[in-house]
Write a protein that binds this ligand. Structure first.
Ligand SMILES: C[S@@+](CC[C@H](N)C(=O)[O-])C[C@H]1O[C@@H](n2cnc3c(N)ncnc32)[C@H](O)[C@@H]1O
Length: 283
């Protein structure tokens, strides 16, 4: 949704922009095309490998890359001597790089260890959640973060299995969930379980709320906020934040309905099918 992002973010000459999820740098590269020689782009990511790729792709004196969570963007920006910005972009979730990398342990198809940490400095991994959390807690996570209707059965299957042997790999866990479902449908039955674990391990929803709150203090008047989300839990938080901020007179909502990718984009990049772009302007 490159074009839609630029249309909504409206990057201006010599403006200061935050790409809160710089990843391999695709959107940042496009923003740099629009901010002129004195513009500044601060790219944030929790994943050091993503930052290494961004560093190569965006070797440009206008770019500052920061490792950490966008929940802490205010302190990162202040450390650069910047107090306000013209726009903030969030492109949530995971990059293809992360999803495809077996040692990151995000994909239910991989034989990699259950990990799912975006920031490898963090201690808690998906292995700990699956092998150490109480059954009730696993059930809650699957229900709340995965909207999984078989949360109780899956939590029971996990805790029964781990009494005999720990669940170490992504494929072991996905086979276990498939067993609970008794087969596969159009989507792999472990999709929701993996989403739930990822959200728990990376505290994704709390981080998103904190990141959005930070933008209301950092954006200049007329500055733009753009958020691309990939599942209903994220989108609900973004929608609620924008509606509340508009009620308080802090933001004006630009996208009454979220923008979604075109049929051609979904055809060429199927993982974009659930993307929703929302945008608001600081008053
Ligand atoms: C969908 S990718 C971004 C792709 C990027 N926009 C591009 O065009 O190349 C999402 C990125 O956000 C990062 N991320 C997710 N949650 C984060 C958080 N709370 N703080 C910082 N980075 C985060 C992930 O590590 C991942 O690299």
């Amino acid at each position: 949704m490159q074009e839609e992002v630029i249309e909504m973010l409206k990057p201006r000459q010599n403006g200061v922009y935050i790409d809160a999820t710089v990843g391999p740098g695709g959107h940042s590269e496009e923003i740099l095309e629009h901010i002129g020689p004195a513009g500044v782009l601060i790219g944030i990511d929790r994943d050091d490998e993503a930052l290494k790729m961004a560093e190569k792709r965006l070797s440009d004196r206008r770019v500052v890359l920061k490792r950490g969570s966008f929940a802490d963007m205010e302190s990162m920006i202040h450390a650069e001597g910047i107090s306000s910005v013209d726009g903030v972009l969030f492109d949530l979730g995971l990059s293809m790089l992360q999803l495809k990398s077996p040692d990151k342990g995000f994909s239910f198809a991989s034989d990699g260890r259950l990990d799912m940490r975006m920031d490898r400095r963090q201690k808690l991994s998906a292995w700990d959640v699956v092998n150490r959390y109480p059954e009730k807690e696993i059930e809650r996570i699957l229900r709340e973060f995965g909207e999984e209707r078989l949360s109780r059965k899956i939590a029971r299957a996990i805790t029964t299995h781990r009494q005999k042997k720990s669940i170490d790999t992504c494929s072991e866990l996905s086979a276990l969930v498939e067993g609970v479902y008794g087969g596969r449908g159009r989507f792999h039955p472990a999709t929701r379980t993996f989403q739930a674990l990822r959200i728990e391990v990376n505290r994704e929803l709390d981080q998103l709320r904190a990141g959005l709150e930070a933008t209301s203090r950092l954006l200049k008047s007329n500055g733009r906020l753009c958020v691309i989300s990939y599942h209903s839990l994220e989108d609900r938080i973004v929608k609620h934040f924008m509606a509340e901020s508009s009620r308080k007179g802090l933001f004006r909502v630009i996208t009454k309905k979220p923008l979604v990718p075109s049929t051609e984009e979904i055809r060429s990049n199927p993982s974009s099918r659930s993307a929703k772009l929302r945008s608001a302007e600081k008053i």
